[in-house]
Design a protein around this ligand. Structure first.
Ligand code: KG4
Ligand code: ZN
Length: 351
């Protein structure tokens, strides 16, 4: 086994609609980062079609991995381990990455490191807050993960030790953004388009309710907001009244920001749960400019140190998988040669 302090991991991510590969050194330094997006294909259908995603991953994976190795100036025999997202995600899509990673690991006699997708989203931050150009991020901290499939508040006690504080009971934040965007006639995925529309609209034009879950103050619920958007658009059309898309986007975004900040503010005052003084953002929705500014204002007010990943590492990528894999591998050295590795559509971050 090589020196753990110079460990180059080839990482593969294929859990949804991005085929990605990267080479990451010691969980902190990005040697290459390649992402092939399938968005154009899925946009035709207004959302991700699982079977099409699996087939597109199969077509793309060889060239994406080759490019990641070339950009990192590595041959397969200069790689120390292979990491792959094996949970949670679209099962057929995950299996393409898992199958490829197994073959690569077997052919090159390398350890195979399975990585939880959401653990990866959080770990993306280790590569930018690596003590070089930015402060070094180390656990413990609290993470707010908001993606297309997940919205949760998680205490990261250590690199591989997580406890969930709260999660969405229904739609994820990204899913809600995409659904409202679709109602407004925006192409999939509409999250980023909603962001720019919202900058030009009035926040108080339309009312969107924030649902609270009894006895679960840190849980989220976004499906009521989506229904409110449907009802509003329906009423406007029945009354033959115009719809200002900018106003709907701004009001909806503001409702999401308020729902998130309300829970964060409560958490910041809850010293039993929030003891690190550090908040880390992760996932595709953490690219949202309005969320970023309301969360950073709140953190300033409460003296909380905020870590936001660069926009390029918010969405799905393999850098985040390579980063988390390093910590999973170094904690459990020797246990990663399981060629019976499987993929799982659902999975708790704690397991
Ligand atoms: O993390 P991610 O790439 O994939 C999942 O793991 O789900 O997140 C994708 C989600 C999509 O729903 C997309 O619309 C949303 O992130 N998103 C945004 C923004 N950029 C991406 N939502 C709101 N504002 C944005 N700027
Ligand atoms: Zn993701």
């Amino acid at each position: 086994r090589k020196d753990l302090f110079l460990m180059d991991i080839l990482a593969i991510e294929s859990s949804c609609d991005e085929t990605a590969a990267a080479v990451v050194r010691d969980g902190r330094h990005v040697l290459s980062n390649v992402v092939a997006s399938q968005i154009e294909v899925h946009a035709l259908y207004g959302g991700v079609v699982p079977e099409i995603a699996s087939r597109a991953h199969t077509e793309a994976i060889c060239s994406v991995v080759r490019e990641a190795l070339e950009k990192a100036e590595k041959t397969p025999c200069q790689i120390d381990a292979v990491a792959v997202t094996n949970r949670p995600g679209l099962i057929g899509a995950l299996l393409v990455g898992v199958g490829f990673a197994k073959g690569f690991a077997y052919a090159n006699s390398l350890p195979l490191v399975p990585v939880h997708h959401i653990r990866g989203h959080i770990a993306a931050n280790y590569t930018c807050f690596n003590g070089k150009s930015a402060p070094l991020l180390e656990p413990p901290f609290t993470a707010l993960v908001m993606s297309g499939g997940h919205t949760s508040l998680i205490n990261v006690n250590d690199y591989t030790d997580f406890s969930c504080i709260g999660a969405t009971r229904d739609d994820a934040a990204g899913e809600a953004f995409d659904k409202v965007a679709r109602l407004l006639g925006l192409a999939y995925p509409g999250g980023a388009k909603m962001d720019s529309l919202a900058s030009r609209g009035r926040k108080d034009a339309v009312f969107f309710p924030d649902a609270h879950v009894k006895d679960a103050p840190y849980d989220f619920s976004f499906s009521g907001m989506k229904t409110a958007a449907i009802n509003y658009l329906h009423t406007q059309s029945q009354k033959d009244l115009p719809v200002c898309r900018e106003d709907v986007a701004a009001s909806f975004t503001d409702a999401v920001c308020r729902a998130v900040c309300l829970r964060l503010e409560k958490l910041f005052c809850d010293k039993g749960l929030f003891h690190s003084g550090k908040l880390v953002l992760a996932g595709g929705v953490s690219a949202n400019s309005h969320l970023r500014s309301s969360i950073s204002e709140l953190c300033r007010k409460h003296g909380v140190e905020l870590f936001c990943p660069p926009l390029g590492l918010c969405g799905d990528n393999a850098v985040m998988i390579g980063a988390q894999a390093y910590f999973e591998y170094t904690k459990n050295t020797g246990n990663f040669f399981d060629y019976a590795l499987n993929a799982y559509a659902t999975s708790n971050i704690e397991d």
